[in-house]
Design a protein around this ligand. Sequence first.
Ligand SMILES: Nc1ncnc2c1ncn2[C@@H]1O[C@H](COP(=O)(O)OP(=O)(O)OP(=O)(O)O)[C@@H](O)[C@H]1O
Ligand SMILES: [Mg+2]
Length: 187
Amino acid sequence: MQAKFYLPDIDATRTFGYHISQIVKPDTVIALSGEMGSGKTTLTQAIAKGLDIQELVVSPTFVMINEYHSGRLPLCHLDLYRFLDQSAGKKISEHDEPSISFLVSQLEEILQTGALTIIEWAPILEDQFGLDLNDLCKNGYLSLDMQTDPNNDQCRSVTVSTTGKKEQLCHLLFSDLCGLSKKFLSN
Ligand SMILES: Nc1ncnc2c1ncn2[C@@H]1O[C@H](COP(=O)(O)OP(=O)(O)OP(=O)(O)O)[C@@H](O)[C@H]1O
Ligand SMILES: [Mg+2]
């Protein structure tokens, strides 16, 4: 399943994030992709706000995983950006191998906790670590690819897709999001 949402300004992105916060359930996984500045962290912050998370949500670029427990659902926020320059098929350096295996074991643990997991630069999991999120997520996952608009720096579009088996939770979440964010759906 796939749908494209058009977000004309940052308030629309925040509203879209709020809508996501209203449809997510325990064990939801959101895989974010899109270039730098496309709005992945901004969207995550809006989702966190909608979950009533009190802390300031900042991008965990250096620590890689931040956890927040003050909201309606625990939120685990990962950012794999630091591995980006190796994601074009280059070999993982020996220096990074321990942190990658630590990260993968952390991710496997997180996916058992019932938290909402949001992963910035998610394609790196497959491209660089050789991991298939479908194998790790028992409920499937929602993939959100954020794009900027070369003609309007306030606009973003988000392509939301699901993979995995029909009966998995992610398909229900997809339908709920399309219903709630109907006004942002692009034709
Ligand atoms: N419609 C919009 N939606 C989201 N962000 C917008 C929008 N219009 C402008 N912006 C601006 O774009 C920037 C998005 O930055 P953000 O850190 O969220 O991107 P990112 O995808 O997380 O980048 P990175 O890959 O570096 O982590 C912010 O400065 C935000 O104010
Ligand atoms: Mg970010």
